[in-house]
Write a protein that binds this ligand. Structure first.
Ligand SMILES: [Zn+2]
Ligand SMILES: [Zn+2]
Length: 158
C-alpha cells in the first residue's frame, strides 16, 4: 500500500472508533498504524516486535487492544484460534480470503479471484440487504508440513 492509502485507512479506522465512543490513545494509534502499514495478517508476537510498539506495549497490552478493536468490528481474527491467531484490519470494500495450515498454523492469502462476489450481489438483490460481505477461511496442510510428514514418517509441524 502507498503511504497515502495507509493514512486514509488509519484515518477511517480512527473515525469508526470515534463514532463508537472509543477513547483514542497513543498505543491504539501505533497499533492501528502498524497494522495498516503491514497490510497482512499479524500475530500478537509480530505486532509486539514492530519498531513502534516494541518498548511501548507488552503482548498483554497488544492483546487487550486487539480484543477491543475486534469487539468494535475494525479488526478481524484469523487462523487457528487456540494456537496461532492472526489479526488484520477490516477494510470496507476490500477483503481477502485465507488458507490456514492446520499443521503449523501459518496462513496464506488466497490469490485467486473470489467467486463469492457474484453470490453477494445475488443475495443483495434477493434479500434487500445492503453492504453484504463475507469472510472465508479455508483449512488444509501446507506443503512444508505435508513434506515433513512424508519424509520423516511422523506428524510434524514446521
Ligand atoms: Zn504447515
Ligand atoms: Zn472472498
Amino acid at each position: 500500500m502507498k503511504s497515502a492509502e495507509i493514512q486514509a485507512l488509519v484515518a477511517s479506522v480512527v473515525e469508526r472508533l470515534r463514532g463508537r465512543g472509543l477513547r483514542r490513545t497513543k498505543a491504539l494509534d501505533l497499533l492501528i498504524t502498524e497494522m495498516a502499514e503491514h497490510g497482512r495478517p499479524m500475530t500478537i508476537a509480530d505486532l509486539t516486535a514492530t519498531e513502534s510498539l516494541s518498548g511501548q506495549c507488552d503482548p498483554a497490552t497488544v492483546y487487550r487492544l486487539l480484543m477491543k478493536l475486534e469487539e468494535h468490528g475494525v479488526v478481524r481474527r484469523l487462523g487457528l484460534h487456540d494456537r496461532s491467531t492472526y489479526f488484520i484490519l477490516v477494510q470496507h470494500g476490500l477483503h481477502h480470503d485465507y488458507l490456514v495450515c492446520t499443521g503449523c498454523g501459518q496462513i496464506a492469502e488466497i490469490d485467486i479471484e473470489c467467486p463469492v462476489r457474484t453470490l453477494e450481489r445475488k443475495l443483495e438483490k434477493q434479500s434487500g440487504y445492503h453492504h453484504v460481505y463475507h469472510e472465508l477461511e479455508f483449512f488444509g496442510v501446507c506443503p512444508a508440513c505435508h513434506d515433513g510428514k512424508e519424509h520423516e514418517g511422523k506428524a510434524h509441524c514446521c
